[in-house]
Design a protein around this ligand. Structure first.
Ligand code: 5BU
Length: 453
């Protein structure tokens, strides 16, 4: 069997939990909405689910299985098929004719019946079912629940002496989705406030305008980049992940008028030559007014980084306006880049990376004291006196097969409050690269304007 986490992520794709603003039956506004019924429409998932549920139960204790109508009925049926524990069916309302039975199937008094429920909130509907099942002379000792919304139901039932087993809690799920970068920190905070019984607001903070950022950030490179963005109405940084000088220069020349910056991985150029590659690239950058970001991702001790930055054949210090660097080497290591604008890597876009909330918090402490850090690469909102650069942007959000995860410009501006989108394959792999760059430029700017208004 796959891990519980992997199973959840697959089931999640069926749309069983939604995040946003929902008004519950009680009139309360909730930041999430759960409906596990779609699970029954995927036989493979339903079968797997029943096995996960059976795995956590003391199966020898039960003579019968009964689902709380309706959502748990297919789950109870699947569990019965997998375990050979006989199923009984509880009606929602007693028949008004014939036997007037409330419980259907074969059973006799004194048997112990396992109850199955999809979601437990206050526990009210479960208590009603328990009462009705017990009324038929059956015993209920255990209840299995797929998802505990953590709103007191479990405790209430346990106080009454029932053993409640749960496959997932909402906190567990929120943690998984946050780690998978499916939820922003704002959303997570709101959910925790809600679960903690605190009042919540759904108002989303507006994204800070570039003009405002210009006032808050005084590094000359950041100022220049923001000025270019405003003047060109472009927050697009094209990632030039090509492997020859000619391709790099062609890309720079064609995209130049539409971009605020060009991001390079200079060490992937096969025919690198300082004169031919860099001096010509520099000319094009000047002609079309865009900045150069070398995505070197420095991650060594200070002395080595200094050498990697200024020596060797690339001589990055001579030409890059910005460089990317990990904060992993600590405060002093991050002082290796003279006045070049540092884009510190806080969170990566790839699947199962190690830049979790704790890492980001510690990295932020290192970054904040460095006057040359002008911004971060991150997949979450960051403080207002830094620029946020977000790679992993594509108009279609299907991930690649090497762990890259994509989001749309709309998403990253609205949810992450990004300042600059970094787009690689979405542009340089397009049939018409100029057209693609224009599309990303326009979409990026529209998304920015929507996020600030
Ligand atoms: P893509 O083709 O749009 O997936 O290219 C993204 C570029 O951004 C590529 O050069 C990566 O090296 C770079 N990148 C990234 O994708 N994710 C990250 O977290 C960081 C950099 Br840091």
């Amino acid at each position: 069997m796959k891990t519980k986490r992997a199973f959840f992520l697959e089931a999640y794709k069926l749309g069983i939990i939604k995040f946003g603003k929902f008004t519950l039956k009680s009139g309360i506004e909730s930041p999430f909405y759960v409906d596990l019924r779609p699970l029954a429409s995927d036989p493979k998932i339903l079968k797997q689910l029943s096995n996960y549920l059976l795995e956590i139960l003391p199966l020898d204790n039960f003579d019968l299985i009964c689902g709380v109508p309706y959502a748990a009925l297919p789950m109870a049926t699947a569990m019965s098929l997998e375990s050979y524990i006989p199923l009984i069916l509880k009606r929602k309302e007693a028949k008004t004719y014939g036997t007037k039975k409330l419980i259907e199937g074969l059973f006799h008094k004194g048997q112990n019946c396992l109850l199955v429920e999809d979601v437990i909130t206050s526990g009210k509907s479960l208590l009603e079912t328990i009462y009705e099942v017990e009324n038929e002379g059956l015993k209920v000792s255990d209840i299995i629940v797929v998802l505990d919304r953590q709103q007191g139901g479990r405790e209430k039932l346990q106080e009454k002496g029932y053993q409640v087993h749960t496959l997932f809690t909402i906190s567990e799920i929120v943690k998984i989705l946050q780690e998978e970068q499916q939820l922003t920190e704002d959303e997570v905070e709101r959910i925790h406030d809600f679960l903690g019984g605190h009042s919540i607001t759904f108002e989303e903070k507006k994204k800070t305008r570039y003009e405002e950022k210009l006032k808050n950030i005084d590094h000359p490179v950041a100022t220049r980049l923001l000025e270019i963005a405003l003047q060109k109405k472009s927050n697009l940084i094209a990632s030039a992940d090509v492997t020859t000088t000619q391709e790099l220069l062609n890309l720079a020349e064609t995209l130049g008028p539409h971009i605020a910056g060009l991001k390079t991985h200079i060490d992937i150029i096969r025919d690198f030559d300082y004169q031919q590659t860099i001096l010509r690239l520099k000319d094009i950058a000047e002609k079309h007014d865009f900045l150069l970001m070398e995505d070197r991702k420095f991650g060594d001790i200070g002395n080595t980084q200094e050498l990697q930055f200024s020596q060797g054949m690339y001589k990055i210090s001579n030409w890059a306006d910005m460089v990317t660097a990990h904060a992993i080497g600590g405060t002093q290591a991050l002082q290796s880049f003279a006045q070049t604008g540092i884009i510190a890597i806080l969170g990566m876009s790839s699947k199962s990376n190690l830049t979790d909330a704790h890492y980001r918090e510690e990295a932020m402490k290192i970054i904040t004291n460095n006057p040359n850090v002008i911004g971060c690469v991150a997949q979450n909102q960051i403080q207002d006196d830094l620029l946020l650069f977000t790679p992993g942007v594509h108009l279609t959000t299907a991930d690649d097969d090497k762990g890259q995860q994509y989001r749309t410009p709309e998403y990253v501006f609205k949810k992450l409050h990004t300042d600059f989108i970094i787009v690689g394959r979405g542009i340089y792999k397009a049939e018409n690269i100029e057209q693609a760059a224009l599309t990303y430029k326009i979409k990026g700017w529209e998304a920015y304007e929507n996020a600030i208004s």
